[in-house]
Design a protein around this ligand. Structure first.
Ligand SMILES: [Zn+2]
Ligand SMILES: [Zn+2]
Length: 147
């Protein structure tokens, strides 16, 4: 059910009116029944309407030659955004270019995102990295001042 919601939200640029989401996927249910996992979905209101926003605590790791496991996805940013990397052909790129590596697949499964396509994942990661959303986990809020 959460994967369906994620896919629906990703298809709508990462957010949708709660009404639309429920009409399309879970007719007859209440918003609170559907949006029950705060680590994956946030509710906010805009113009008097409730919006459901997809998010994840998974982040893209930005370190070069980072030792695993650091908890971040090891993937080239260009590859995530566009599915290809122009540096790979020219000067070489030190970031991995596969979502299918054992390490990345393990992470995606941990965050229950393994069913998402690269495009959907990109959307979700970009949106979740944005500091305008509330911090996903209050226990790591000490790192919040980094933003
Ligand atoms: Zn890393
Ligand atoms: Zn690359």
């Amino acid at each position: 059910m959460e994967t369906e919601m994620l896919k629906f939200l990703c298809a709508n640029q990462g957010a949708a009116d709660a009404e639309d989401l429920i009409c399309n996927l879970f007719p007859g249910k209440s918003t609170n029944e559907v949006v029950s996992n705060p680590s994956k979905f946030a509710l906010c209101s805009s113009n008097g309407k409730q919006r459901v926003v997809a998010r994840t605590s998974l982040k893209l790791c930005r370190k070069k030659d980072c030792p695993e496991p650091c908890g971040g996805l090891h993937l080239c940013k260009n590859f995530l955004y566009s599915g290809c990397c122009q540096f790979l052909l020219r000067r070489g790129c030190s970031f991995p270019h596969s979502l299918d590596s054992v390490y990345n697949q393990t992470l995606l499964r941990e965050h229950e995102l393994e069913a998402l396509s690269r495009e959907e994942l990109c959307m979700l990661l970009l949106q979740s990295d944005h500091s305008m959303l509330p911090s996903v986990s209050p226990t790591i809020s000490t790192t919040y001042s980094d933003y």
